[in-house]
Design a protein around this ligand. Structure first.
Ligand SMILES: Nc1ncnc2c1ncn2[C@@H]1O[C@H](COP(=O)(O)OP(=O)(O)O)[C@@H](O)[C@H]1O
Ligand SMILES: [Mg+2]
Length: 271
C-alpha cells in the first residue's frame, strides 16, 4: 500500500483507509414537556471512503450532521446502524479495550481546543498525556518528545511551562494539534479546527495542517461549514445536508459541476 498519495488517486492496489457504510444516528427529542417526541435523523445512512493520504472535506451548514459523523467514527457516541471500517476492521464492533488502542491511530482536533484542555495543566503536561496513554516513547524521552512536538506545531520550549489561559486562540489550537499528532495517528478528524479563530490566524493554522499532513503522511476527514476553508485543504469533498450526503467527489469536479442546488448555493455564497 502506498503511503504517499497526495492527489488521492485510487489505483488498484490501494485500499481505503476508512470505509463508512450506511452509517446512521438518530435522536429522539422533545422540545418541551408538552410537545410530542420528534426524531432527528442526525446522520442518515451515509457512506463514503477515504483513501490513505487523502483529505476529504465534509461540508454543510450547521446542524447537517457533520460533528455527529466525526463522533461516530471515533466512537465517542454509539451508532444505530452501519459500518465504519478502519483498515478493513469495523470500529463499531470492537470491544472497549480494542477501541482504546485504536484511538492511537484515529485522532480528533476540535473547534474549541480550550474546552478539551485542563486549565490547571502546563502545556508540557497537556502534550505528555497522549504520549503516556499510548506509550509512544519511554518515560525518559517524554520531555524531548514534547519539545519535538511543540516545534512541529510552531511553538517553542519557552511556551511549555505556560498555562492555556496565557495563550492566544491560535496557540491553543496548536496545542490541540500537537496532542492529536502525539500518538502518531494515521487518520485525523478535524472538526471545524479554524472556525473559532480570527480570520488572520485561520490561514496559519490551515497551512500548519497542510504541512503536517505531508510531513506525517496523514489522512484527514476535514469537517467545515466553510467551503473556502475546505477548498484550501481538501482534495475530495462530500456535501452533507440534513443527515445525508448529497454528492461527493474530487474537489475540482464538484466545484466545476455541482449537481445539487444546495452545492451550487454553497459555491455561489463563497464568491
Ligand atoms: N446529543 C444530541 N441530542 C439531540 N440532538 C442532537 C444531539 N447531537 C446532535 N443533535 C442534532 O443532530 C443534528 C446534527 O448535529 P451536528 O452533527 O452537531 O451538526 P453539525 O456539526 O453539522 O452542525 C442537529 O439537528 C443537532 O441538533
Ligand atoms: Mg459541528
Amino acid at each position: 500500500m502506498s503511503m504517499q498519495n497526495p492527489i488521492g488517486c485510487k489505483d488498484d492496489i490501494q485500499k481505503a483507509l476508512l470505509e463508512v457504510e450506511s452509517l446512521s444516528k438518530h435522536y429522539v427529542v422533545k422540545k418541551n414537556l408538552f410537545s410530542p417526541k420528534t426524531v432527528i435523523r442526525a446522520v442518515d445512512h451515509i457512506s463514503f471512503d477515504i483513501y490513505e493520504g487523502e483529505a476529504l472535506g465534509l461540508i454543510g451548514e450547521s446542524g447537517s450532521g457533520k460533528t455527529t459523523t466525526g463522533e461516530l467514527i471515533l466512537r465517542l457516541i454509539s451508532a444505530d446502524a452501519g459500518r465504519v471500517l478502519f483498515q478493513g476492521e469495523d470500529i463499531l464492533q470492537m470491544g472497549e479495550d480494542t477501541i482504546r488502542k485504536k484511538r492511537k491511530d484515529i485522532q480528533i482536533i476540535f473547534q474549541q481546543a480550550q474546552e478539551t484542555l485542563d486549565p490547571k495543566a502546563t502545556i508540557a503536561e497537556l502534550i505528555a498525556v497522549p504520549l503516556r496513554i499510548h506509550r509512544i516513547v519511554p518515560a525518559s524521552e517524554i520531555e524531548s518528545e514534547v519539545d519535538r512536538l511543540l516545534n512541529m506545531v510552531g511553538l517553542t520550549g519557552k511556551d511549555k511551562h505556560k498555562f492555556t489561559y496565557q495563550l492566544s486562540g491560535g496557540q491553543r489550537q496548536r496545542i490541540g494539534i500537537a496532542r492529536a499528532i502525539a500518538s502518531r495517528p494515521k487518520l485525523v478528524v478535524c472538526d471545524e479546527p479554524v472556525s473559532a479563530l480570527d480570520v488572520s490566524v485561520q490561514g496559519q493554522i490551515l497551512n500548519l495542517l497542510i504541512d503536517l499532513k505531508k510531513e506525517l503522511s496523514l489522512t484527514y476527514l476535514f469537517i467545515s461549514h466553510d467551503l473556502k476553508v475546505v477548498q484550501h485543504i481538501c482534495d475530495h469533498i462530500a456535501v452533507m445536508y440534513k443527515g445525508k450526503i448529497l454528492e461527493m467527489g474530487e474537489k475540482n469536479q464538484i466545484m466545476a459541476n455541482p449537481t445539487h442546488d444546495y452545492t451550487k448555493q454553497l459555491i455561489t455564497s463563497m464568491i
